[in-house]
Structures are given as structure tokens and as C-alpha cells.
Design a binder for this molecule. Structure first.
Ligand SMILES: Nc1ncnc2c1ncn2[C@@H]1O[C@H](COP(=O)(O)OP(=O)(O)O)[C@@H](O)[C@H]1O
Ligand SMILES: [Mg+2]
Length: 509
């Protein structure tokens, strides 16, 4: 079994660099592979000739090499506060807190104790380093500035290749070259432990024998959904299913040439596409376009549940976004879709300034990442309403492009109508609608779709009539009864159109 991966070596180097410069006393290490991290820290401690003490709630203070702790009572060893004082008294050593996040979360006494401990190390020039190792990293606000955050990258493609090859060696099986490549691709974005579990599941379910990669992709989707705010979206929509929006569709097709030739594009001097923001009326196809982009560019679509970013624990929002970015980057090239962006800022623009500060910070770092990222993660953000989104996020240069998605124009309405009739094999009815076209102005794409469905149902319950007179009657009745969502939204539309001019967004048509 492999012990240290290349990225572990990199982490070790990073920790050593910080230890050598003595710039940090407190380290946060985010990992589920506790044992391995402890082993690595043990090696570093040996190298530096100090003791490695560990503390967890169940066992209290432990150290195999320092015999003196045998003399301490169990109660003493389990009391975090006493442990801190004792280690402080040693003046040197590495103290690892294993999974004590929840324990100290709301415990201001302990947080203060740790902060004082850090200060004392600095003032007295002790050679002591504190490590907090846990799966979910939530750095209490009070300790943010003192802490160096160490994150384990997800396995790279090469590392996954090693894990997969190793797995097949153990089960004494050999996949075809093509299947092996598919498996490796399908496991991108998972942690080592999940990769092995996914492979085991695939083995027991017979998927490996059948050469069935979809089972592995499904397992991956489930794991990622369970552990992050990301979800893989399956797509069937293609660009022919989008009515109107000629400018936007041209943009998608133009960028497609770049996406398909990324390395040539970089060599030619193009920059990594950052992403786009689509905002405008509900039901006008923003979510549809996000799916179409991923389908046209032949990239997987990962949707980020932005409404859940603000977790109940301190630091969780940052952790949520960091994790999402990490997973997206390891799956790249990928489309990262942030649907209904405004939800992130809902209810926090007025009043609750704490939430809004966190969100601004989280989004600030998200936007910085968007600008600096080198991996091909293409962000598609969609929003119905951008009035709650702080203006700095909408400035030119944040996104490659901002499109305003308005209600469809005459041609758009006609195309959308055709699309939804065609989807239901009723293309021949299209001409029956012509005399009613003026009445459809103000309808959204979703409205038109609903209308088509309703009319088809009326035809069905009336003995599936196909006659022009009948259908025209149904169309008339349905349109007459229909309340397009815009009927009550005039002022909102007005606001959105003003906003479009204000931020210089492009029009989709
Ligand atoms: N321009 C369009 N062309 C074709 N269908 C559309 C269009 N706009 C909306 N629709 C239909 O309405 C449904 C809902 O639209 P959606 O993309 O969810 O709107 P939004 O995200 O803007 O609120 C789509 O799945 C599609 O069936
Ligand atoms: Mg939508």
C-alpha cells in the first residue's frame, strides 16, 4: 500500500517551511486522514528533536516518547486547560489537538486560553507549535489571524492512477486500457479514502466486470453531494432547445472554440475564461442556458447550492466555499453553476450585518479566486434579481461577461413556441398560433411552455382533436385565462432594465 503521496510530501514541505521561518505557532490541518497526518507530524517532530504530544477528548494527553506524562493523573490529562499549561511549562514540543473543534466552538474560555497560549509562546520565545487536526475546519474568529491553514489537496490524476492500478493489482484483475482511463477520469474530485470505497462498491456490484463506468460516476455524484454543497446535474438540453437569445447563443458557440482548444488558446495569448453572469426575469431560460453551456462545451455541470453556504458554525461558510472550489478544480475542466446567486445575499443586505459581512468576505475570496484561478473551472452564475448583490461584485472585469435576460421578443416567442410544440410532436400546430402572436407579448419562455402543455391537454381530453378550429379555440381560451408572471411585475422589469444599463450588461438578443 502506498504511504505518502506526492502531495503529502508537498504539505510536509509547506509545514516545515513555516516551522523553519517560525512565522506561525498555530496550524489548522483539514483532513480525514488523521492517522497519516499524525504520522507525518511525528516525523517532523523527530527531525526537529522535540516531543509530539496529542490530545483528544477521549484519551486526553498522550505521548509515547515522553515518559513523564505517565506521572500525570487521568483527570489532569483529560482537562484541556491543564494540558495547555503543562505543555507550556515544557517550553518546547508539538501539541496536536485532534478533532476538538466542536469542543471549543462556543467555549470562549478555551478559545481565550489557546489565544493566550499562542501569545505566551511568542513572548517567551518557546519552541512550541500547536496543530489542530480535524475533518471540518472551523477556525474560531478570534483565532483566525494567528492560524496558518493547511489544506490537503485532492488526489491528482496521476495519484488516482496509482490508486486505481494498485487496486486492480490487489484484486488481480486488469481492466482494458480504455476502461482504466474512464475510471480514473470518473474518480476525479474524490478523496483517497472515497476513491477506494467507490472502487470497492463498483467491484461488489459487478460494475468492474461489466466495464460499466456509470456506476462509478453515480457513486461519485452521491459522495460529492453528501459532503459538499455541490451536485452533478445530468443534462439533455442542447442549444437548439433555446429560443431567442441570439447574442448569448453566439457567445456560447464562440467560447466553445476556445474551450475545445484551451492550450492553443493560452499559447495564442488568450486568458483563462472566468465566467459569466446571467440575470433577469424568472422563467426566461437562465437555468436552461447554464445547462446548455455545459452540454455544448461537453463539460460536466456542477451546481453549487448557494443558499446553504452560510452554515450555522463560525468559519463554516469559508470552509464550504473552499471545499467546493477544491472539488471543482480537481474535476476541471468543468462548468461550476451558481444558480440563483441572489439567495446568498437574501435577507442579509438590510439589518443582519453579521451575515452580510461573512457573505461579503466569502464572495470576496470567491471572486479573487475567479480572477486568479489557473484551472479551467468556468463559472456560470444566474440570478433573478441582482438588487441585493453588492455592486463591487458586478463591476466590469469580475465576470467575462454579464448578460441581461429579458422577456423574449417577437422572434424569440415564435422560436420558443416552435421548440415546445416540436418537443411534443405538435409542430404542425405552429401555424394555428399565428393570429394570436400579439397576445403573447409579455410571456416568458416558461409561460409559453405552460401554455403549450395546457393546450395539448385540452386537445387530448377532447378526443385528441387536431382540427384547426378546435385548436384555435383552445389557444384563445388558454391565453385568455393565462396570467403571465410579468402581469404583476412591471416595476420589477423596469428596475432590471435600468440595472442593465447601469452596469453595462449585454442584451441576449
Ligand atoms: N428561451 C427559452 N427557450 C426555450 N425554452 C425556454 C426558454 N426560456 C424558458 N424556457 C422554458 O422554461 C423553463 C424554465 O426556464 P428556466 O431556465 O428555469 O428559467 P429561469 O432560470 O430564467 O428562471 C425551461 O426549462 C424551458 O423549458
Ligand atoms: Mg432558474
Amino acid at each position: 500500500m502506498m504511504d505518502y503521496r506526492r502531495s503529502w510530501e508537498k504539505i510536509k514541505e509547506k509545514i516545515l517551511t513555516h516551522i523553519n521561518c517560525d512565522d506561525y505557532k498555530l496550524f489548522y490541518v483539514s483532513t480525514i486522514e488523521e492517522t497519516k497526518v499524525l504520522k507525518m507530524l511525528g516525523e517532523i517532530a523527530d527531525q526537529k528533536d522535540v516531543f509530539l504530544y496529542t490530545y483528544d477528548i477521549a484519551s486526553g494527553l498522550k505521548c509515547d516518547k515522553d515518559k513523564r506524562i505517565k506521572n500525570l493523573s487521568d483527570d489532569f490529562k483529560k482537562d484541556l486547560s491543564s494540558v495547555i499549561e503543562w505543555v507550556e511549562g515544557q517550553k518546547k514540543g508539538y501539541l496536536v489537538f485532534v478533532n476538538i473543534n466542536q469542543h471549543i466552538e462556543q467555549n470562549y474560555f478555551l478559545i481565550r486560553k489557546i489565544k493566550n497560549f499562542v501569545n505566551s509562546i511568542i513572548e517567551n520565545n518557546y519552541y512550541i507549535k500547536i496543530f489542530m487536526v480535524s475533518q471540518f475546519v472551523r477556525i474560531p474568529d478570534e483565532l483566525q489571524h494567528e492560524a496558518c491553514f493547511i489544506d490537503f489537496p485532492l488526489p491528482t490524476r496521476d495519484e488516482i492512477k496509482d490508486i486505481v492500478d494498485n487496486f486492480f493489482k490487489i484484486i488481480q484483475n486488469e481492466p482494458t486500457k480504455e476502461f482504466r482511463e474512464q475510471i480514473i477520469d470518473s474518480l476525479l474530485g474524490l478523496r483517497e479514502i472515497d476513491i477506494v470505497n467507490a472502487l470497492k462498491f463498483a467491484l461488489y456490484s459487478g460494475a468492474l466486470d461489466k466495464g460499466d463506468v456509470h456506476t462509478i460516476i453515480d457513486i461519485k455524484s452521491q459522495i460529492i453531494k453528501k459532503e459538499s454543497l455541490l451536485e452533478f446535474i445530468k443534462i439533455t438540453e442542447n442549444i437548439e432547445n433555446v429560443g431567442g437569445m441570439k447574442n448569448l447563443k453566439d457567445w456560447v458557440l464562440q467560447k466553445k472554440k476556445v474551450i475545445f482548444n484551451l492550450s492553443d488558446a493560452y499559447n495564442y495569448g488568450l486568458e483563462n475564461p472566468k465566467g459569466i453572469l446571467l440575470f433577469g426575469m424568472p422563467g426566461c431560460g437562465k437555468s436552461l442556458v447554464a445547462k446548455v453551456i455545459s452540454n455544448e462545451w461537453k463539460l460536466p455541470l456542477l451546481r453549487l447550492d448557494i443558499g446553504m453556504i452560510l452554515g450555522p458554525y463560525v468559519g463554516q461558510s469559508e470552509e464550504n466555499i473552499r471545499r467546493a472550489i477544491k472539488i471543482a478544480e480537481s474535476i476541471a475542466p468543468v462548468v461550476l453553476w451558481i444558480d440563483e446567486l441572489e439567495k446568498a445575499f437574501a435577507g442579509i443586505s438590510d439589518g443582519n450585518s453579521g451575515g452580510s459581512d461573512v457573505m461579503k468576505r466569502v464572495f470576496g475570496s470567491f471572486l479573487t479566486w475567479m480572477q486568479e484561478k489557473t484551472k479551467p473551472v468556468f463559472v456560470v452564475a444566474t440570478a433573478n434579481d441582482i438588487s441585493a448583490i453588492p455592486p463591487e461584485f458586478l463591476r466590469k472585469g469580475r465576470f467575462d461577461e454579464i448578460f441581461y435576460v429579458d422577456l423574449p421578443n417577437k422572434d424569440g416567442i415564435n422560436e420558443i413556441l416552435k421548440i415546445h410544440l416540436r418537443k411534443r410532436n405538435k409542430e404542425s400546430w405552429h401555424e394555428f398560433f399565428q393570429e394570436f402572436m400579439p397576445k403573447l407579448s409579455g410571456f416568458s419562455g416558461a409561460d409559453i411552455e405552460a401554455l403549450v402543455k395546457e393546450i395539448i391537454e385540452l386537445s387530448f381530453v377532447n378526443n385528441m382533436t387536431n382540427k384547426k378550429d378546435d385548436i384555435s379555440k383552445f389557444i384563445e381560451k388558454t391565453i385568455g385565462d393565462f396570467k403571465p408572471i410579468t402581469a404583476t411585475m412591471n416595476s420589477k422589469i423596469e428596475n432590471l432594465r435600468n440595472k442593465m444599463k447601469e452596469i453595462n450588461a449585454k442584451s441576449v438578443d
